[in-house]
Design a protein around this ligand. Structure first.
Ligand code: 0WD
Length: 255
């Protein structure tokens, strides 16, 4: 297995033990990395702290960061700079859309719902990169999570599909921009996983069933599989890869 001992990564978006961010946290913890966690609101603070306490490493920096607020993001990375000095990368595992926008006719999407999904799920990667890049003066690796609904039209994914398309293109523009500073930017396109967020997607069970039935590997993606791919993207083993979207989806995307 890959060792990331002595390296520090920020993990944004652990809500509970089902979160994909938590799969990434466990894989990174196993690799010996130091971890810093951010959560969206006070509502999640205790559950994140309790979860982090179960990891092998001692990861003490756990900070609030609502990505809809420029001041919050600036303050959060300011604190990280003060406390940790530098970081080697970050995992963006954040998305949001209103439940009513994740079902029914796409043409009925409200302006407010559209902008909210873009704000939290897509623009956030850019503002985070802006405030994280000074902490990666010696290079680094940024990983964002996306879904195949950003490449193809899938039932009910609707406004989130448009946000993921924007997120994936942001990954490419950020890769082109930050490459000169030795920072790589990639996305992992995960197969569907049952989490707090995926509960909002209408008819999610039949999506999971379809993957089992049709994907090349005939099974659903686990958070551990996504976590191990993130470790690869955070390690030197992937040093030649940037601007890429890697599908960790049992091969479903080839169909
Ligand atoms: O099937 C799935 N579950 C898939 C998810 C398949 C492919 C991709 N993804 C993506 C999601 O779109 C998202 O980008 O993976 C990422 C993580 O999603 P998840 O693990 O499915 O969902 P969940 O456990 O609900 O985590 C979403 C996080 C929460 O964490 P925190 O601890 O930060 O509260 O996004 C957070 C949400 O609260 N979030 C925000 N974080 C900061 N600022 C905000 C915000 N304004 N709004 C939501």
């Amino acid at each position: 297995s890959i060792s990331l001992k002595g390296k520090t990564f920020v993990i944004m978006g652990v809500a509970n033990k089902r979160s994909i961010a938590w799969g990434i946290a466990r894989s990174l913890d196993q690799s010996g990395a130091n971890l810093i966690f951010t959560y969206a609101s006070e509502r999640f603070e205790k559950s994140v702290r309790d979860l982090v306490a179960t990891l092998e490493g001692k990861h003490e920096l756990i900070l609030p960061c609502d990505v809809t607020s420029d001041e919050d993001v600036e303050k959060c990375f300011g604190t990280i700079k003060e406390q940790a000095g530098k970081i080697d990368g970050l995992a963006h595992c954040i998305a949001f859309a209103k439940t009513e926008e994740l079902a029914g006719d796409f043409s009925e999407t409200s302006r407010e719902g559209y902008l909210l999904a873009q704000n939290i799920s897509s623009y956030s990667l850019t503002i985070i990169s802006k405030y994280a890049k000074p902490l990666m003066a010696e290079g680094g690796s940024i990983v964002a999570l996306t879904y195949i609904g950003g490449e193809r039209v899938l039932p009910n994914y609707n406004v989130m599909g448009v946000a993921k398309a924007a997120l994936e293109m942001s990954v490419r523009y950020l890769a082109a921009d930050l490459g000169k500073q030795g920072i790589r930017v990639n996305a992992i396109s995960s197969g569907p996983i049952r989490t707090l967020s995926s509960k909002g997607v209408s008819d999610f069970n039949s999506i999971l069933h379809e993957i089992e039935e049709k994907s090349p590997l005939h099974r659903n993606t686990t958070p551990e599989e996504v976590g191990d791919t993130a470790v690869f993207l955070f390690s030197d083993m992937s040093r030649g890869i940037t601007g890429e979207t890697i599908h960790v989806d049992s091969g479903y995307h080839v169909l």
